[in-house]
Structures are given as C-alpha cells and as structure tokens.
Design a protein around this ligand. Structure first.
Ligand SMILES: *Cc1c(COP(=O)(O)O)cnc(C)c1O
Length: 384
C-alpha cells in the first residue's frame, strides 16, 4: 500500500484470536517444536476439510509445495509446463527451479483463469504438465482441463493459494488434478505466518513429498536416531507453532468464507449499474468461489485513470491491491530469458494494467461494503 496513512478498510488483515495466541504459547512449552503432533493433526484436519479422500503434507510455503510437486513428478531440463501468464510469480518459479520451461498462456476475460481454448496449440512433444491457478478463488473449468490433460498425458498441478473452500460441481479445488498447493501467507484466507499445504489423491506422491520436504531422509523404525537418506531433498518443513495456529484458523474457515461471500455479493450488487467496468467472477452462479477479493477491471478510457482512482481510494481510507501487477512473462527475469510479446497476452495485460482489487475479507462487514462502493463510485467520477 502507498503512503503511511492507515486504511479505514484495510485490504487484508490476518484473523488471529486470543485462542490462536494461546495454542501457540502452549506449543512453546511442549517438548516438540517441529515434526510433532500439531503438524500431523493439521494435515489430517485439512484432509477432512477437503472431504477426506486425499493426503496432505504441510510445508513451509505454497512455493515450497509447488517446487516439491515438480521435483516429485520428475520434471527437469527439456520439459515444458503450461501455466497462466496472469498469476503470482511462484507458479512459474517452481517450474524454473527444476530446470523445466514455463510456457505462458493468456486468460479468460471474465474469470482471469487460464483459457483452455488456447492450450492445444501450445502443446508440444516436450509438454509434461499443465498448471492451473484458481484466480482470486474462482474455480477453473477442471472438467475441460482434465479431458485435455488426459488426452495428452499431462500431469495437472493446481495452484490453490487463493482458493481454499472453492468448489467446482461440489468438488473442492486441489482434488481435481494430481497435486494441489495451498498458501498460508498472512493475507491469504488462513495464515500460519508462512506456510503451505500440498494435497494429493496419490498415496505414493504424498509419501515421496513428505520425504523430500525433510532432506530425503527415511527414519529407522527400529531405533530412534537412526536414518538413511534415499533421495536428494530440502528442508521445507512446517513448525509445530505454525501448525497449531493453522488448526485454529482452519476451524474458522467456514465462517471466514461465509463473511467473504456476503461481502462480495453486497459489493458486486452495489457496483452492478456502473458502466465501463467488469467484475471478475464465476461464469456460473452454481460454482463456489472462495472470494479472495473483488477485482474490478476498468475498460476503455477508465483504464488510463487507474492510478488516479487508486490514489483517491487511498485518500478515502480504502485499502486496495492489484492482482497481479505484471503478467509473469513481463517480469524482468522472465522477459530477459524468454522475451515478451504483449500481443500474446491481451487479457492478462487488461487485468495487470487495468484492474483494482477491493477488499471483502472477514475483517469487514456488509455495511463497510456500502462505504467502499460509495468511495469507488466517487473515485470513478473523479470527484471527492
Ligand atoms: C501467494 C501465492 C503464491 C505463493 O504463496 P507462498 O505461500 O507465499 O509461497 C502462489 N500462488 C499464488 C496464486 C499466490 O497468490
């Protein structure tokens, strides 16, 4: 956020209760600070939250989960992974880190999700995997994606960083593909300070990832302290304090999602009659978004006025953000490595250069949404 003025309606705010603080302090008095009962319980409870038919591995971040996913799937130099241009850089960095090549795909203008129609033309004999991001919590059309992935024999990695609780045809995101990755960074739906969860329907993937997150080490069941190392690994573990915090956060996720939904609906209704804007949202009301924020895409002449509109919102105390300020291929690292042609990503650019993300988090109420809408309307008119 710009300036030093404190927002009346912050864009995001971690929801930490007295009970959350208490459980973390209790862990600090226990004998185990890592690899203990809290992490195991958090993994089990997260699997139950997703309906039970999966395995969960708690890790140090969503980026760590994505990296482990590609390591475990055995991707490396010479391989290509299709992924959306409009996403957090972590989605692409994880592919780069294993030496594979990210192939960026433009998005759907209504949802911000990867556009499946563009995929067939980008698939080559080197394509091994397809990564989707449920943009701002809006579920991707996984039926279409899976049909395509199956016919080309591709792994599917779901980046669910902003999508805990999002569902498609009633089935949670993260369980459609081979691996799903969640984030517990402070401004996401749940937080453990830093943290992530890898979920998978495949027991062998979960076992391998659990080893890779802890040096590739296999403990002897016969004698404490004895172990062997069976693979090259990392240290991407989550601590007991983080897991204890995550468990409390998870218990409130239902209420968190309900508040977000109510706020989103109220704000959308408040902005419905405005011309020259569109709101990124599900195409079919039956599908469940996790409502990370409400992103407004400015069209036509309004697009040039974005920085003015953002500045006025800030003056009125409305916290805003931009998801995401650059399509990943335009970021310096990627642009200098692979080149960047704007005409390939018109929709991703419309979002990066013309959108404003408004807050709908559980720290705000439906009547706050009325105030935010009023500020937004004033800012669009260019008057205070
Ligand atoms: C935040 C985010 C990430 C990275 O999450 P970390 O837990 O901070 O590593 C990855 N993908 C998306 C879509 C995100 O929004």
């Amino acid at each position: 956020m710009m300036g030093t003025q404190k927002a009346v309606f912050p864009f995001g705010q971690p929801w930490i209760t007295a009970e959350d603080r208490q459980v973390v302090l209790e862990v600090l008095q226990s004998p185990l600070l890592t690899q203990g009962p809290q992490v195991r319980a958090f993994e089990e409870e997260f699997a139950r939250f997703l309906g039970g038919e999966c395995f969960c591995v708690a890790v140090s971040s969503c980026m760590a989960a994505l990296h482990l996913a590609y390591l475990q799937l055995g991707l490396g130099p010479g391989d290509e992974v299709l992924l959306p241009a409009q996403t957090h850089v972590a989605t692409a960095h994880a592919v780069e880190l294993v030496g594979a090549k990210p192939v960026f795909v433009d998005c759907d203008p209504h949802t911000g999700n990867i556009n499946p129609d563009l995929l067939p033309a980008l698939i080559t004999p080197r394509t091994r995997a397809l990564s989707v991001v449920h943009f701002l919590g809006i579920p991707c059309d996984m039926e279409e994606i899976l049909t395509l992935a199956q016919s080309f024999g591709l792994w599917v990695v779901e980046d669910c960083a902003l999508a805990p609780g999002a569902r498609l045809r009633g089935k949670p995101v993260g369980l459609w593909g081979d691996v799903g990755c969640f984030s517990f960074y402070p401004v996401k739906h749940l937080t453990t300070g830093e943290g992530g969860m890898l979920v998978t329907r495949h027991a062998e993937v979960a076992e391998a990832v659990a080893r890779l997150r802890a040096f590739g080490l296999e403990r002897s069941t016969a004698r404490p302290g004895l172990y062997d190392v069976v693979a090259l690994g990392l240290n991407y573990r989550m601590s007991e304090m983080q897991a204890a915090l995550g468990r409390g956060q998870l218990r409130r996720l239902g209420e968190n999602l309900e508040r977000r939904q109510a706020n989103f609906a109220r704000l959308r209704e408040n902005l419905a009659d405005l011309e020259g804007i569109r709101i990124l949202d599900v195409k079919d009301e039956k599908e469940a978004s996790s409502h990370y924020c409400l992103s407004v895409v400015l069209e036509g002449g309004l697009r040039e006025r974005r920085s003015q509109i953002l500045a006025q919102l800030q003056r009125e105390g409305v916290g805003t953000s931009i998801y995401y300020p650059h399509p990943v291929p335009r970021l310096t690292y990627y642009r200098s490595k692979y080149g960047f042609s704007p005409q390939t990503y018109p929709q991703a650019l419309a979002i990066s250069d013309g959108s404003i993300a408004l807050p709908v988090g559980p720290h705000l109420t439906p009547s706050d949404m009325d105030s935010i809408a009023q500020s937004f309307r004033r800012a669009l008119r260019g008057r205070s």
